[in-house]
Design a protein around this ligand. Structure first.
Ligand code: NAD
Length: 484
């Protein structure tokens, strides 16, 4: 199986190669097979990407928003037309099953492009009366924005970052994760085909140092990262040195709280979606499932039965519900957490082993019960299909325990008592929350974290704040009253 792109990078409207860059092997996680070999960007290519973005952005900023929007809408249509091929490539790049990539990855990217195309022409300033004089405000683009992606939703991330950036008059240089570098190149091709001027969306490949070189370049106005908390700290600090804008979409250890009046089957379904979708490699996953004691046994019995029916295997078979983890590194990490949880005394309910194919990075959907707050499994982000079930007695206790973490990305509450649902959600320290649902992230809703889970928001009207800046224009309408 091969998925070799035309070249490693896409700069100023064309594919570009520089064989002097470090090798990056792209591996299909279901078999361990190398499907493409790329090169990391050299300093000369990073410079070309930023130079062409700077040049292109100066003109793009002068376009009417409706004219920009027309191009983006065309790009969204092209993505939808090509979704089957794009989904297959996403499956090869990530190992996620076609059953998911056909409906979740590029489709949600197309939604974002369409949404921000529609929103951009409505973004206006305000007029502030001051008696004789007045102030009006302009919402201006930031300039050249850098996007740095994680490997779990590579194409969705490229779309979620580039859509508001481009719609609002910025350029973007995007560095995909070195683990999943293929989708962003297709997005660059599609934007050009839709009519986007060359240079406005450039893709450069590379590991951390390429991201760091982008984040510290004087031409860059903003850095938007999706990644882990440790990387976020580094990138945020690097951006701060140049007083650059940032959006940080980082990790989590989110609580999903199930009260004893909830529909147990709905809560079980949500807990499974919030731990097993994308083989558990979702930042907002509800990986600490707090279940009120009265329903614990029923909850665990149903969870076990339903988890054991999950179809794990060949991601290219549309009947497959769960694929492998993204890499051998991630497999080792997840197996380490599973062994650690057993050693720390958590009770294994189901899963806990590798499978089904030894040459792929597969792990069974795994559930541990009797997890306590102090266990590593309850404190650290696993990023794999490993659910921790914890017990609780009452509302005040569970809120305090849910908030007792450095993370604050997401949280969920299941209960039939809606007053309680709103009361609890109001006290949970998280940027994105759900009531009687989990992990739904439509483009219309702002998404992001509090505490160590991030800064800024993607999607929704909120993203406009993060890809524009306000200029105040004071207009003097009479003589200048100088005391000199
Ligand atoms: P990671 O932090 O290892 O890497 C993220 C990106 O940062 C990669 O492209 C990497 O090359 C780059 N990078 C690494 N060091 C850098 C540096 N010093 N300067 C600039 N760039 C650097 O994350 P990952 O393993 O690819 O992804 C998994 C993590 O991402 C998890 O923690 C997950 O929770 C998080 N995530 C968050 C969201 C969100 O929206 N909040 C979404 C998806 C994933």
């Amino acid at each position: 199986m091969k998925a070799q792109p035309t070249a490693s990078h896409f700069i100023d409207g064309a594919y570009v190669e520089d064989a002097a860059g470090d090798l990056i092997e792209v591996i299909y996680p279901a078999t361990g097979e190398v499907i493409a070999v790329l090169h990391a960007a050299t300093p000369a290519l990073i410079d070309r990407a930023l130079a062409s973005a700077t040049r292109a952005q100066a003109d793009w900023a002068t376009w009417r928003p409706v004219d920009r929007a027309r191009i983006l809408r065309r790009a969204a249509d092209l993505i939808r037309d090509r979704n089957p091929d794009l989904a297959r490539l996403e499956t090869l790049d990530t190992g996620k099953p076609l059953q998911e990539t056909l409906v979740a990855d590029w489709p949600s990217g197309a939604d974002a492009i369409e949404y921000f195309a529609g929103l951009a022409p409505t973004v206006v300033g305000e007029t502030i009366p001051l008696g004789r004089d007045f102030v009006y405000t302009l919402r201006e683009p930031l300039g050249v924005c850098v996007g740095i992606g994680a490997w779990n939703y590579p194409s969705q991330i490229a779309c979620w970052k580039s859509a508001p950036a481009l719609a609002l008059g910025n350029a973007m240089v995007f560095k995909p994760s070195e683990v999943t570098p293929l989708g962003a190149l297709k997005l660059a091709e599609i934007y050009i085909e839709a009519g986007l001027p060359a240079g406005l969306f450039n893709v450069v490949q590379g590991r951390g140092p390429v991201g760091a070189a982008l984040a510290t370049d004087a031409r860059v106005a903003k850095v938007s990262l999706t990644g882990s908390v440790p990387t976020g700290r580094k990138v945020y600090a690097a951006a701060a040195a140049g007083v650059r804008h940032v959006t940080m979409e980082l990790g989590g250890k989110s609580p999903l709280i199930v009260f004893d009046d909830a529909s147990v089957e709905d809560a079980v379904g949500a807990a499974m979606l919030g731990n097993f979708y994308s083989t558990g490699q979702v930042c907002s996953n509800g990986t600490r499932v707090f279940v009120q004691k009265g329903i614990k046994d029923r909850f665990l019995a149903s969870l076990r039965a339903r988890s054991e029916k999950i179809v794990l295997g060949d991601p290219l078979d549309e009947a497959t519900q769960m694929g492998p983890l993204v890499s051998a590194v991630q497999l080792d990490k997840v197996m380490g957490y599973i062994e650690g949880a057993k050693a720390e005394g958590a009770r294994l309910i189901t899963g806990g082993a590798r499978g089904p194919a030894n040459d792929g990075y597969f792990v069974q959907p795994t559930v541990f019960a009797d997890v306590t707050d102090a266990m590593t499994l309850a404190r650290e982000e696993v990023f794999g299909p490993v659910m921790a079930v914890l017990d609780f007695e009452d509302e005040a206790e569970v809120i305090a325990r849910a908030n007792d973490t450095e993370f604050g990305l997401a949280a969920g509450v299941f209960t039939a008592d809606l007053a309680r649902a709103h009361r609890v959600v109001g006290q949970l320290q998280a940027g994105t929350t759900w009531i009687n649902a989990y992990n739904l992230t439509p483009v219309e809703a702002p998404f992001g974290g509090v505490k160590q889970s991030g800064v800024g928001r993607e999607n929704g009207h909120a993203a406009v704040e993060h890809y524009t800046q306000v200029k105040s224009v004071y207009v003097g309408m009479g003589p200048v009253d100088a005391p000199y």
